[in-house]
Ligand binder design. Structure first.
Ligand SMILES: O=C(O)C(=O)C[C@]1(C(=O)O)C=C[C@@H](O)C=C1
Length: 262
């Protein structure tokens, strides 16, 4: 018999604030690498222009085609059975065609109704892309769309991880959370779950990761010639995290908590 290795998502028996924060830190690596991969291409506007892509209008732009069709395949492969994964186009997804995997039941079942992917889509294309890709068009639209999908998926995973963060915080301090949930009092929930020193450290670490992962690595040249040129702008990555990724994560945390006692 094959022994199942504990999946990264198998958190039920080691759910602590430290372990969920460790996961958030690891996911930062995926986000920085995905942004670096996307930044290899210029903006490539036709990827997002429905009139460039002349298939049945239900697909919209090329990037929508790639995301919808990929999500359909991944749904068949069981991706969205995992409570940590959230589709961008949840309507009309085909059912999973693989045997069910027993994901540990950690979250309140109401968690499935919290999905901020519409907002993530909007923020990614309208706020993030213009910040960190060069203007221009090199014709590589299919690759561009594939990189966008990768970025969207890692960002979505990170932001919806707020559900697990909120669950741990609730378990650790339910005496404080319960009255605010029953009230319901969003402002108090937001205050309770906010840790300004942690947010500051996250932003600093993101800038540092963008500097370290995004530097040109050379052999036999220890000079600092390349200092200051990075594959993604560390300040932009850090700002985007502070302005959007953390606030959206907190949004997910509050939305989840509001239904924690359903
Ligand atoms: O680490 C936490 O406590 C979180 O809730 C995550 C997070 C974040 O998104 O990075 C969000 C809110 C806190 O203020 C600090 C950090």
């Amino acid at each position: 018999e094959v022994e199942m290795v504990k999946a990264e998502s198998d958190v039920s028996d080691r759910l602590t604030l430290e372990s969920v924060r460790d996961s958030l830190i690891r996911q930062e690596d995926s986000i920085v690498f995905s942004l670096i991969e996307r930044a290899r291409f210029p903006l490539n506007a036709p990827t997002y222009d429905p009139s460039y892509f002349s298939m049945p209008s239900s697909y919209g732009s090329l990037v929508e085609l790639v995301v919808k069709q990929t999500e359909a395949v991944q749904a068949k492969a069981g991706r969205y059975e995992n409570p940590e994964e959230h589709p961008f186009f949840p309507d009309d997804l085909p059912p999973s065609q693989v045997p069910p995997h027993k994901y540990p039941r950690v979250l309140n079942p109401a968690a499935v109704f919290v999905n901020v992917n519409k907002k993530i889509w909007d923020v990614y294309f309208n706020k993030l892309l213009p910040l960190f890709v060069a203007p221009g068009d090199d014709g590589n639209y299919a690759s561009t769309a594939a990189r966008d999908l990768e970025c969207l998926q890692v960002l979505s995973r990170r932001i919806h991880y707020g559900k697990l963060v909120a669950e741990v915080k609730f378990r650790d301090e339910w005496k404080h959370y319960e009255p605010a949930i029953r009230a319901p009092d969003k402002k108090t929930l937001m205050d309770l779950l906010t840790a300004p020193a942690v947010e500051k450290a996250v932003k600093k670490r993101m800038a540092k990761k963008a500097r370290i992962f995004g530097q040109e690595v050379k052999v036999g040249d220890d000079s600092d010639k390349n200092k200051g040129t990075y594959k993604v702008d560390p300040a932009a990555v850090s700002r985007f995290y502070g302005d959007w990724v953390i606030p959206l994560t907190k949004d997910v945390e509050v939305q989840y908590l509001l239904h924690r006692l359903d």
